[in-house]
Design a protein around this ligand. Structure first.
Ligand SMILES: Cc1cc2nc3c(=O)[nH]c(=O)nc-3n(C[C@H](O)[C@H](O)[C@H](O)COP(=O)(O)OP(=O)(O)OC[C@H]3O[C@@H](n4cnc5c(N)ncnc54)[C@H](O)[C@@H]3O)c2cc1C
Length: 265
C-alpha cells in the first residue's frame, strides 16, 4: 500500500508579524516548523503502517529549498521517502495553483498511490482548500476532518471517523482516497536519536516544474485565480461595561437589551 502525506513548512505562528507598510508577512528571522496538522496526518499514516504489512509512506512538500527541513522532520518521524517540489516558477501560487502542482507531483513520483493524507489546514494560510482541490483534480473521493482511520478487512476501502458540525460520522471510501487529518487520536511524535540518524539514510529528492506535466500558465502567479492584496491583523477592540448594584433580573434585562442593540440577538 502506498500512502502520500503532503506536509507544509509554516512559520512558528506565535512569532508571525505583519509589515504595516507593505501588508506582507515578515518571514525574516522567524523559525519554521512542520505544520502541526501535517504531523497528525503523518501520525495517522504511521498508525495504518503499524497495522498493515507493506506500507510505504512518501512525504511531499511544495516550497522553497528550506522546506527540505520539514521533509527531514517527516523522515525522522517515520516517513520512508521525502520529495521536495521546488521551483522559482511556483512563486505566488494561490491554493488552486498549489493543489494543481501537488497533484501533478503525486502523479509524477507516486502514481500508484492508494491514500493521500493532508492536514485539515495549514496554520499560516489557514484556508483548508488544498486537500479538497487536490482530490477534485485527481478525480478521487475525499473525506475531510478525519480523526481515526483504518483499512477494512479486505484492504480495499478506508473507514474514517470524521468530525462534523454535530458530532462524528463514520464513512467508508474505496481506495484511492484523499483524507484530511484533524487531531483526534493523533499525536505529535518525538523522534528518538536513532530515528534522527536513520532519517539521514532515507531518500530525500528534489523535483522541479520540469518533472510535472503542467504548462507554464498553470504554475505560480500565472496559474493563480486569486492574489493576496494585503494582509493585516484585526484591530483589537477592548470595551468593558460593569453592571453594578442591579438585581439578577435587572442585570439580565440590561444584558439582553445590550445584545439586542449590538445585533447579537
Ligand atoms: C489568494 C492567495 C495568494 C497567495 N499568494 C502567495 C504568494 O504570493 N506567495 C506565497 O508564498 N504564498 C501565497 N499564498 C499562500 C499559498 O497559496 C498557500 O500557502 C498554499 O496554497 C496553501 O494554502 P494554505 O496554507 O491555506 O493550506 P491549507 O489548504 O490550509 O492546507 C491544508 C493541507 O494541505 C497540504 N498543503 C498545503 N500547502 C502545501 C504545500 N505547499 N506543500 C505540501 N502540502 C501542502 C498540507 O497537508 C496542509 O496541512 C497565497 C494564498 C492565497 C489564498
Amino acid at each position: 500500500m502506498n500512502i502520500v502525506v503532503c506536509v507544509k513548512q509554516v512559520p512558528e505562528i506565535s512569532e508571525v508579524k505583519v509589515n504595516p507598510e507593505t501588508g506582507t508577512l515578515v518571514r525574516e528571522g522567524v523559525a519554521s516548523i512542520l505544520n502541526p496538522f501535517c504531523e497528525y496526518a503523518l501520525d495517522h499514516a504511521l498508525r495504518i503502517k503499524q497495522a498493515t504489512p507493506d506500507v510505504n509512506i512518501t512525504a511531499i512538500s511544495m516550497g522553497p529549498p528550506q522546506a527540505r527541513a520539514a521533509l527531514l522532520r517527516a523522515l525522522e518521524l517515520g516517513a520512508d521517502r521525502g520529495v521536495l517540489v521546488s521551483d522559482r516558477r511556483f512563486a505566488g501560487a494561490d491554493t488552486w495553483a498549489t493543489a494543481l502542482t501537488l497533484a501533478a507531483a503525486v502523479r509524477a513520483v507516486r502514481e500508484d498511490f492508494d491514500l493521500i493524507l493532508v492536514g485539515k489546514q495549514a496554520i499560516d494560510g489557514d484556508t483548508a482548500q488544498v486537500g479538497p482541490e487536490m482530490a477534485e483534480i485527481l478525480g478521487i473521493p475525499q473525506i475531510m476532518y478525519g480523526v481515526r482511520m483504518e483499512l477494512t478487512p479486505n484492504g480495499k476501502r478506508l473507514r474514517v471517523k470524521r468530525e462534523s458540525e454535530n458530532g462524528y460520522q463514520v464513512l467508508e471510501a474505496r481506495l484511492p482516497v484523499l483524507v484530511s487529518a484533524s487531531k483526534g487520536e493523533a499525536i505529535r511524535r518525538l523522534p528518538s536519536f536513532a530515528d534522527i540518524l536513520a532519517a539521514r539514510q532515507k531518500p530525500l529528492e528534489m523535483i522541479t516544474a520540469d518533472a510535472l506535466n503542467l504548462s507554464e500558465e498553470q504554475l505560480g502567479l500565472q496559474g493563480s485565480y486569486t492574489q493576496v492584496v494585503k494582509i493585516f491583523p484585526p484591530q483589537a477592540k477592548k470595551a468593558c461595561r460593569k453592571l453594578e448594584g442591579l438585581s439578577p433580573d435587572q442585570a439580565g434585562r440590561e444584558i439582553t437589551s445590550f445584545l439586542s442593540q449590538e445585533n447579537f440577538i
